[in-house]
Structure formats: structure tokens, C-alpha cells
Design a protein around this ligand. Structure first.
Ligand SMILES: C[S@@+](CC[C@H](N)C(=O)[O-])C[C@H]1O[C@@H](n2cnc3c(N)ncnc32)[C@H](O)[C@@H]1O
Ligand SMILES: Nc1nc2[nH]cc(C(=O)O)c2c(=O)[nH]1
Ligand code: SF4
Ligand SMILES: [Mg+2]
Length: 248
């Protein structure tokens, strides 16, 4: 009995907000972030390695879904709002009870994941952001896994299923070509290009905002030159506002 309860605990790296969602389809939207610990990927430029690498495990707090929701309620002053689940890879965690309990109190949920692990509870989300990793990440693309995530999100019987969107980080021409391939495979899904931050904490002392903005400019010009008019091009707004600061 004790063990079953322990199995439902979720390793939490941080819970913070309300802040604005700095990325993708919901950019600018007030939200509280719940960041789970642990990831099945090791992207070369990951900006949240403290929620990825096992060496940080001691900093992750095992929490029940009730305790997570209590913290979210405290931060939001009891006003239901959008909760963004990120990580690490939050798809590794048993989040169905959190969604159920949060929904009962009026909270809505968006999830950020790379699309490597599918969960039946994807169907209970309001928004699912799939962020398949481009060549610069050093991770191998497994299309069948992304496909399984899409199937899981659409398989729910009780509701309409989440709004699904794709978000691809672009650093260079090879990443851009990859993004075009993703768009060609999934023409029906809204796709966001996100200019990469080449100066995450483990790679630089300080953020290079000017460098990020010139990549964003290159990316916009690249998209216009291709007359690619269905895509959306964005920076990480929180990075422009707060650099590599945690908890914002
Ligand atoms: C830290 S990840 C956590 C969720 C999940 N593991 C994922 O990758 O989608 C959240 C988002 O940040 C993006 N990201 C991570 N490092 C970045 C960087 N250096 N520059 C731009 N975006 C980055 C990821 O690609 C992902 O879209
Ligand atoms: N403000 C803000 N927006 C974000 N969008 C995605 C984030 C993430 O790390 O998953 C993030 C984050 O850490 N902060
Ligand atoms: S998948 Fe996400 S959290 Fe995991 S290493 Fe890559 S960017 Fe970081
Ligand atoms: Mg981030």
C-alpha cells in the first residue's frame, strides 16, 4: 500500500509563477510552470539541464499531485489559470491524477515535451506542444514515437482532445531544413520556429541577446525568402526579458 502511494510521487525540479509563457502558441499567456525532473534526451544546447541530469536529482522534490496542486493554488492566489507542465520530459511522469484534480478546480493544462514518450493522459490536456529535436541537438529523430504521441492525444473518448502544435528550435540551416521536413509531414498542425539560444547556462557565462536576435532575424528572412507563409517565427520571450534566469 505504502509502495503504491510512493509510486505516484512525481520528481519536481521547480514550480514557479505566475509568469508569462515565453514560447510558442501561448506566448504571452499568464501561467504557472510545473517542471518535472528527469529526461530521456540530452540535447547539446538544453537550457534546463538542472531538470535533466541525474546529478541534480537531490534537488528534485518527490511530490504527490495533491501537493503540486496546493502549491499551484498558493502561487495563483486560488485563481484558476493555465498550468504549464515542462521539464525535463514531463511525459515520463504519472500526471493523470494531477490533470483530473486540477480540472475539478478549474485549472487548465499545457504540456511541453519532445515527443519521445506517449501517454494516454495526453488526451486530457488542453494544449500539447510537441518539440521534436533538430540535428543541432545531437538527438536521433524517431518519427514513429512522435506519431504515437499524436495518436495518444487524439484517442480520448471523453473530450475533444488537446490543441496540438509543433515547436522546433532552429540554430542553423540543417535545423531549418529539418523544420521544413516536419512541416511537410504534418501540414495540418500549426508549427512554430523558435530561434535557439546558443548561450544556455552550461555553455556560457552570460546570455548573448544580440546573437539570439540576429539568429531570429536570419530565421525570419530565411522563411520569407522561401515564401513559407504558414509558419510562425518566435524568440523565447522570457530569455529576452530575463536572460538565463531560473524561475521566470
Ligand atoms: C527545456 S524543454 C522541456 C520540455 C521538453 N523536454 C522539450 O524539449 O520539449 C522546453 C523547450 O525549451 C526548448 N529549448 C531548450 N533549450 C533551448 C535553447 N538553448 N534555445 C532555445 N530553445 C531551447 C526545447 O526545445 C523545448 O521546446
Ligand atoms: N517564461 C517561461 N516560458 C517558458 N516556456 C517554456 C519554458 C520551459 O522551460 O519549458 C519556459 C520557461 O522556463 N519560462
Ligand atoms: S528534451 Fe527538452 S529537457 Fe530534455 S534535454 Fe532536450 S531540451 Fe532539455
Ligand atoms: Mg526553458
Amino acid at each position: 500500500m505504502k509502495q503504491a502511494a510512493a509510486a505516484r510521487l512525481i520528481p519536481i525540479s521547480e514550480i514557479f509563477g505566475p509568469t508569462i509563457q515565453g514560447e510558442g502558441a501561448l506566448i504571452g499567456r499568464p501561467t504557472v510552470f510545473v517542471r518535472t525532473g528527469g529526461c530521456d534526451y540530452r540535447c547539446s544546447w538544453c537550457d534546463t539541464l538542472y531538470a535533466v541530469l541525474p546529478q541534480y536529482r537531490d534537488e528534485w522534490q518527490p511530490m504527490s499531485s495533491e501537493a503540486i496542486l496546493t502549491r499551484v493554488q498558493h502561487l495563483s492566489g486560488g485563481h484558476p489559470l493555465l498550468v504549464t507542465l515542462s521539464g525535463g520530459n514531463p511525459a515520463m511522469q504519472p500526471l493523470a491524477p494531477l490533470l483530473e484534480q486540477g480540472h475539478a478546480q478549474g485549472y487548465t493544462f499545457a504540456l511541453e515535451t519532445q515527443g519521445s514518450i506517449a501517454q494516454p493522459w495526453f488526451a486530457d490536456l488542453e494544449v500539447l506542444t510537441l518539440s521534436p529535436k533538430p540535428p543541432s541537438s545531437g538527438q536521433e529523430m524517431r518519427w514513429e514515437r512522435l506519431e504515437r504521441c499524436l495518436t495518444a492525444a487524439c484517442a480520448g473518448s471523453g473530450n475533444a482532445g488537446p490543441q496540438i502544435c509543433l515547436k522546433i528550435v532552429v540554430f542553423d540551416e540543417a535545423d531549418y531544413t529539418y523544420a521544413r521536413e516536419v512541416a511537410a509531414r504534418y501540414p495540418e498542425l500549426p508549427l512554430y520556429l523558435q530561434a535557439g539560444n546558443h548561450t544556455p547556462p552550461h555553455l556560457a557565462q552570460e546570455i548573448d541577446t544580440a546573437g539570439i536576435l540576429s539568429r531570429l532575424q536570419w530565421l525570419m528572412e530565411r522563411v520569407m525568402a522561401d515564401q513559407w507563409y504558414e509558419v510562425r517565427v518566435l524568440p523565447q520571450l522570457h530569455t529576452l526579458l530575463w536572460g538565463n534566469r531560473r524561475g521566470v
